[in-house]
Design a protein around this ligand. Structure first.
Ligand SMILES: Nc1nc2c(ncn2[C@@H]2O[C@H](COP(=O)(O)OP(=O)(O)OP(=O)(O)O)[C@@H](O)[C@H]2O)c(=O)[nH]1
Ligand SMILES: [Mg+2]
Length: 253
């Protein structure tokens, strides 16, 4: 089954986006399986078809190994790798056309430990995509936007899978700002102009150099504005995802 992994910094909107997209896909009569890979999730805005919490319990780990919450989360992230076979079986049992995977709250637990890339490789042999969230409120400032680009390039460097960027929570910022940020993603000159206009001193210099370094990497990802509250952008995003995962075919026959 083709799979999309939803990744982003803590609180960037991964879980709510997973919920909104899966509901929207189900309403469009598309068969989707939702996987929760966050062992630390207390409450989820969707009912997962497959849930890592059935295999790894952070509370038990804290008790058994006398760990604090962060230590237990790190151990949990590592232990998930041992459960790949079980999780894969659960996903196969769900027998869907698309798998949406909500990843751990703290991105580093998934992207910057050995287990994340291992899981992405092992979960399915079919096409996959990394969906990286840029929080719209955070991204209004070009300095923050460039920092997030840097993080997303680091994520790419861990997975080497097709990657799509989402501007999440775009209902929280004015439409004009949404247009400006999507323009930055499409056009490096627009970002450079905003850096020159809105930043000064070390911030300007550092952002400009960082932007140039990222451009030199030669990676360019589409940025699709979305809102999990209003469902704005879901059609656009789904078209992009279909193109990546199925070469333009619909998930359903
Ligand atoms: N207005 C608005 N709020 C959103 C949107 N998406 C998420 N939020 C809010 O942002 C907060 C974080 O959303 P989550 O979906 O839990 O984000 P997450 O990345 O899964 O967070 P963790 O897993 O805890 O790191 C919640 O209060 C959501 O209600 C959106 O599209 N619009
Ligand atoms: Mg979450």
């Amino acid at each position: 089954m083709p799979a999309a992994f939803i990744i982003g910094t803590a609180g960037s909107g991964k879980s709510l986006f997973t919920a909104a997209l899966s509901e929207w896909l189900k309403m469009s009569k598309q068969d989707v399986a939702v996987v929760n890979l966050d062992p630390g999730a207390l409450k989820l805005p969707y009912s997962p078809d497959v849930d890592v919490r059935n295999y790894v319990d952070v509370g038990d780990l804290m008790e058994k190994y006398e760990l604090g919450p962060n230590g237990a989360l790190i151990l949990a992230a590592d232990l998930i790798a041992d459960e790949v076979d079980n999780i894969t079986k659960d996903i196969e049992a769900a027998n869907a056309d698309l798998v949406l995977v909500d990843t751990p709250g703290q991105m580093e637990l998934f992207a910057f430990r050995a287990s994340g890339p291992y899981i992405v490789n092992e979960l399915t042999r079919e096409p996959k995509a990394i969906v990286y969230l840029f929080d719209a409120v955070f991204s209004i400032n070009p300095l923050n936007y460039v920092s997030n680009m840097f993080l997303s390039a680091a994520v790419y460097n861990r997975f080497f899978q097709p990657q799509v960027h989402l501007l999440s929570k775009c209902d929280l910022i004015p439409e004009k700002e949404v247009a400006t940020i999507t323009d930055w993603a499409a056009n490096p000159r627009a970002l450079e102009n905003s850096i020159e206009e809105r930043l000064e001193g070390t911030k300007r210099l550092f952002s400009r150099n960082m932007m140039n370094a990222i451009n030199k990497l030669g990676i360019k990802f589409l940025l699709v504005p979305v809102s999990a509250k209003t469902n704005e952008g879901l059609v656009n995003f789904n078209t992009t995802l279909e193109r990546i995962l199925t070469g333009g075919e619909k998930y359903t026959s």
